[in-house]
Design a binder for this molecule. Structure first.
Ligand code: AMP
Length: 288
């Protein structure tokens, strides 16, 4: 795996590949890689001739008082994992490469960014869409892979690519979980052993929601109640939001239908964890 630190070199390398008729997949990350990230890498290497992974802790997507300054950095381990996975290039730009002096553009997606995380992290998604637009411009991939763990981010990036006609495919990867169900996240390492144990309650809560849905519960309030009935038994967990939404528009729903998304953000101490579950009717089941 070649490590590339400048935008010009990254663009030149990808242009060479493209001239050679090769397809290019791209996985943007903030590093501290875990199996969730690696599942996206595997999707890319399985579909494309060349895979680029970026590691850039993007300052513009962090709000004041968030964990930008202590975000985990594990570059040696990350490099080893990417090498093993057969990644072709690791793009590791400094801030000046992504946001050079005079950088003045912000990409903002309306509507989809208002609810869920957008309501609690002002400017977060503007930071995400802006950095994705820059990274897409540098790498110019055929497709980029994003995890469904960050369901709102996935929907927002999809919309940006569609609206701006960037011509980049957005491929989604499923949520990779620890053995107790906790969604893998670079931020899980902030958790103390007790917090880590309690955090499994988030997935247990989501499973309760799915079970309720499968038993015929449709009301958003009742589904939220199902979630809180689980997290409420764990004193260290504080629910920031637990909402039923449309997975494409991120609009809040009063009633769940086939394919609705139930998305949550939960604090354990200072650590903010997000997760979600798709509510799908089992094939063959009959609405009564
Ligand atoms: P991050 O490094 O947190 O910016 O995440 C980079 C990419 O990895 C995003 O597309 C995330 O949605 C994805 N990702 C993070 N955690 C997981 C997970 N547990 N399962 C699948 N994808 C994930």
């Amino acid at each position: 795996v070649e490590t590339i630190t400048t935008a010009d070199r990254m663009t030149a390398l990808v242009s060479d590949w493209r001239r050679g008729g090769l397809s290019i997949g791209f996985v943007p990350t903030m590093g501290a890689l875990h199996r969730g990230h690696m599942s996206l890498v595997d999707i890319s290497t399985g579909r494309a001739d060349r895979t680029v992974v970026s590691i850039f802790v993007n300052p513009t997507q962090f709000s004041e008082g968030e964990d930008l300054d202590r975000y985990p950095v594990t570059l040696d381990e990350d490099g080893a994992r990417l090498r093993e996975a057969g990644v072709d290039a690791l793009f590791l730009p400094g801030r000046e490469e992504v946001y050079p002096g005079g950088f003045s553009t912000r990409v903002e997606v309306d509507g989809l960014t208002e609810g869920l995380c957008g309501a609690f992290r002002p400017g977060h998604f503007d930071g995400v869409t802006t950095v994705c637009a820059v990274l897409f411009g540098i790498v110019r991939p055929d497709f980029a892979v994003f995890g469904r763990k960050d369901a709102q981010q996935l929907a927002v990036v999809r919309r940006m690519v569609r609206d701006l006609r960037l011509g980049i495919g957005i491929v989604e990867g499923g949520i990779v979980r620890e053995s107790d169900g906790l969604a893998m996240s670079s931020r899980n390492r902030y958790l103390s052993p007790l917090q880590r144990e309690e955090a499994a309650g988030i997935y247990q809560g989501l499973l309760r929601v799915r079970r309720a849905f499968e038993e015929g519960v449709r009301g958003a309030g009742e589904l939220e109640e199902a979630f809180r009935s689980e997290t409420g038994t764990r004193p260290g967990l504080r629910v920031q939001y637990a909402n039923l939404v449309d997975p494409d528009t991120m609009e809040g729903l009063g009633y769940a239908g086939d394919g609705s998304l139930f998305a949550v953000a939960v604090f354990s101490g200072d650590t903010r964890l997000i997760d979600n579950i798709l509510l799908e009717k089992r094939s063959g089941s009959v609405e009564v």
